[in-house]
Design a protein around this ligand. Structure first.
Ligand SMILES: Nc1ncnc2c1ncn2[C@@H]1O[C@H](COP(=O)(O)OP(=O)(O)OP(=O)(O)O)[C@@H](O)[C@H]1O
Length: 261
C-alpha cells in the first residue's frame, strides 16, 4: 500500500473580512497517497485554492490539522517537500528561463555546476531544451507554463501543488500540456494536487477527483479514476469509462452547486 503523504483532518478556515466572516473551508478530511494525482474541482469560490494554500503553508487553518509526510505544513515548506505552480507562470521577465529556474536553487545554496545540471535535466523533462537563454516574453503561454513547472521540479520536491496551471491557455495547447503532464508524472512519480475547473482535464489526469461545493467550501464527493488505468492517450476521452466518470463528476458539481450565484 502506498503511504499517505498528505492528510487533512477536519480542516476549517474562516477569513475575517470587512463584510463579515467568509467560511472558506469546512470540515475537510482528505488523505492523499504517495504517487497519486488528485484534482480539486468545484465552482468558483468553493475553496480549491485555499485548500492548496493551506497545504503549502500559505494560509493558516482556523481548525483541524494537516500533515505532510508526518510534518506540519511549515516544516514541509522548510524541507522543500513541494513545488508550487501558479495559474500564471510568474516568471521574472528580466531573467532568462535558465536564470528563472536557477533562482530557487540559488536560495538553496547550490553551486553553479549543480544548478546547471538541474536546469538542464528539468528543461529536458518539460521539452524545453534549447530555450535556456530566452526571456519569458519570447515564449508562448504554454511554454512559459512548462518553464514554471521545470522551476518547481528543479528543487526536487516529492510533491507538486498546481493551481489551475493551464486555465488561461487555449484548448489545443491545454490538451497537449495535459498529455505532457501525464508523461511527466509517470516518469517522476511525484504526488500531484491539481486545481481545475475543467471536468475533462480532471478526469484525464487524475487517479482521484475531489468534488467541492461552496458556501461553506467542503468536499461533496471523492471519485476514483483508477478504472482508466495509467496509459491515457487523448482519445480515451471518448471511451465509455471516461464518459462515465465525467458524468459522475458533473452530477456531483450540479448537486453541490447553488444556482443563486
Ligand atoms: N485572503 C482572503 N481573504 C478573504 N477571503 C478570502 C481570501 N482568500 C479567499 N477568500 C474567500 O474564500 C472563498 C474561497 O476562495 P478560493 O479562492 O479558495 O476559491 P476557489 O474555489 O479557488 O475559486 P476560483 O475557482 O474562483 O479560483 C471565496 O469566497 C473567497 O472570496
Amino acid at each position: 500500500m502506498p503511504e499517505t503523504v498528505i492528510s487533512a483532518q477536519n480542516l476549517d478556515l474562516t477569513f475575517e473580512t470587512n463584510d463579515g466572516p467568509v467560511h472558506a473551508l469546512k470540515d475537510i478530511t482528505l488523505d492523499i497517497a504517495e504517487g497519486e494525482f488528485v484534482s480539486l474541482i468545484g465552482p468558483s469560490g468553493c475553496g480549491k485554492t485555499t485548500l492548496l494554500r493551506v497545504i503549502a503553508d500559505l494560509e493558516q487553518p482556523t481548525g483541524g490539522t494537516v500533515s505532510i509526510n508526518g510534518m506540519t505544513p511549515e516544516q514541509a515548506r522548510m524541507a522543500r517537500a513541494y513545488g508550487y505552480v501558479f495559474q500564471q507562470a510568474a516568471l521574472l521577465p528580466w531573467r532568462t528561463i535558465e536564470d528563472n529556474i536557477a533562482l530557487p536553487l540559488e536560495v538553496m545554496g547550490l553551486d553553479s555546476a549543480a544548478r546547471a545540471s538541474r536546469i538542464k535535466s528539468n528543461l529536458e523533462l518539460v521539452n524545453l531544451a534549447g530555450f535556456e537563454k530566452k526571456f519569458p516574453w519570447q515564449l508562448s503561454g504554454g511554454m512559459q507554463q512548462r518553464a514554471s513547472i521545470a522551476r518547481a521540479l528543479a528543487v526536487e520536491p516529492d510533491m507538486l501543488l498546481m493551481d489551475e496551471p493551464f486555465g488561461a491557455l487555449d484548448e489545443i495547447v491545454r490538451d497537449h500540456l495535459n498529455e505532457q503532464l501525464l508523461k511527466l508524472w509517470a516518469k517522476t512519480k511525484k504526488t500531484v494536487v491539481f486545481v481545475t475547473h475543467s471536468i475533462p482535464e480532471a478526469v484525464f489526469l487524475s487517479t482521484k477527483i475531489v468534488v467541492m461545493s461552496p458556501r461553506p467550501g467542503r468536499i461533496y464527493d471523492v471519485i476514483d479514476c483508477s478504472a482508466l488505468g495509467t496509459e491515457r492517450p487523448l482519445d480515451i476521452r471518448e471511451t465509455p469509462e471516461f464518459l462515465h466518470i465525467a458524468h459522475q463528476v458533473r452530477e456531483g458539481l450540479k448537486a453541490g452547486h447553488s444556482y443563486d450565484d
